[in-house]
Design a protein. Structure first.
Ligand code: FE2
Ligand code: FE2
Length: 315
């Protein structure tokens, strides 16, 4: 690993400045609103990457007809986008607002922290719009029933953790830690779809645009975290690390409640057994590795607040 810098060091400030400058040219929100609904719709293409389905290895899935699989993959796209919208609005936006409205007073980078968080919030508003449009486009083109689902485990768990907090500093730190982990994890979450050019064009393009922005956001949140952590106590830093790690499990959750609801909308032989057999099994290890890298870059493993100078330095 290359040189590390103290988070209160000017190098965190100069990276935040660089990220704020890059945002003006790199962020999708600054490159004109794209109308992805103009892209050609090809009914034979799937709307979602099969490899991401939690039950893709189950006998009921393997024995399903092409038409049944296509319908499930359309609902997978819907669930994926609704969850994305919840991450943007319920998880990331509140943490951005905390820093914008009440930045750390002792930070020498106060104005920069506010700027990069306001930039990120603008991006997330655009991502919410993109996800919504792409979701409704698939509803219209496939002529499928509306899936009314909002009971995501990630959102419920976050509310529960916030309820358990005993002080405002803890609630604020919880909101920020869950957002930091999510901003690291969302890049992994989007990666497969962003690289899968076999799926429906709109699904591929929207995810690709989102992934580019989120790659920058993971840097932004890492550097903001380095700054915020500089003035925290050992106890607060340990708490921050605990929440980062706990967020991984929830982020990677299969959200089977959403699937159970989806399978009430159409006939899919063996759906109930398929969900029961799938349970909570998922590839959480892939996600955990990203957050562990963040913990290492922030020096939280050693209870020091350090940041690798080169971590995400291309962003
Ligand atoms: Fe986003
Ligand atoms: Fe983001």
């Amino acid at each position: 690993m290359n040189a590390v810098v103290q988070s209160g060091d000017d190098q965190v400030g100069s990276m935040l400045e660089k990220l704020a400058k890059l945002w003006k040219t790199r962020a999708a929100v600054n490159n004109g609103l794209q109308d992805y609904t103009n892209l050609e719709f090809e009914p034979e293409r799937h709307d979602f990457s099969e490899v991401l389905l939690p039950f893709r290895g189950h006998a009921a899935w393997l024995e399903a007809s092409a038409a049944q699989k296509s319908k499930v993959l359309s609902y997978a796209w819907v669930l994926y986008n609704v969850k994305t919208i919840y991450i943007e609005t319920n998880v990331v936006a509140p943490a951005c607002e905390d820093i914008i409205k009440s930045p750390p007073v002792t930070s020498r980078n106060r104005a920069l922290l506010q700027t990069v968080m306001a930039d990120a919030m603008l991006d997330e508003a655009l991502h919410t719009r993109m996800s919504l449009e792409a979701c409704n486009y698939i509803y219209a083109m496939r002529d499928i029933d509306y899936l009314d689902f909002s009971d995501f485990n990630l959102v419920k768990w976050r509310a529960r953790v916030l309820d358990e907090c005993h002080a405002e500093w803890q609630r604020r730190l919880t909101r920020f830690a869950i957002a930091c982990a999510s901003e690291t994890l969302i890049t992994d979450y989007l990666k497969v779809m962003a690289e899968d050019s076999n799926i429906q064009s709109i699904c591929h393009q929207v995810t690709k645009t989102h992934a580019v922005d989120e790659w920058s956001h993971s840097s932004v949140f890492s550097f903001v975290a380095a700054d915020v952590l500089a003035d925290l106590s050992e106890q607060e830093r340990r708490y921050f690390r605990t929440i980062l790690l706990r967020t991984v499990e929830m982020f990677a959750n299969n959200e089977l409640g959403g699937w159970a609801k989806a399978f009430t909308l159409f006939d899919f032989p063996g759906a109930e057994a398929m969900l029961a057999d799938t349970g909570d099994s998922n590839e959480v290890a892939i996600y955990r590795a990203s957050v562990e890298r963040l913990i290492e870059r922030l020096g939280l493993d050693a209870q020091r607040v350090i940041y690798s100078q080169t971590a995400q330095s291309g962003a």
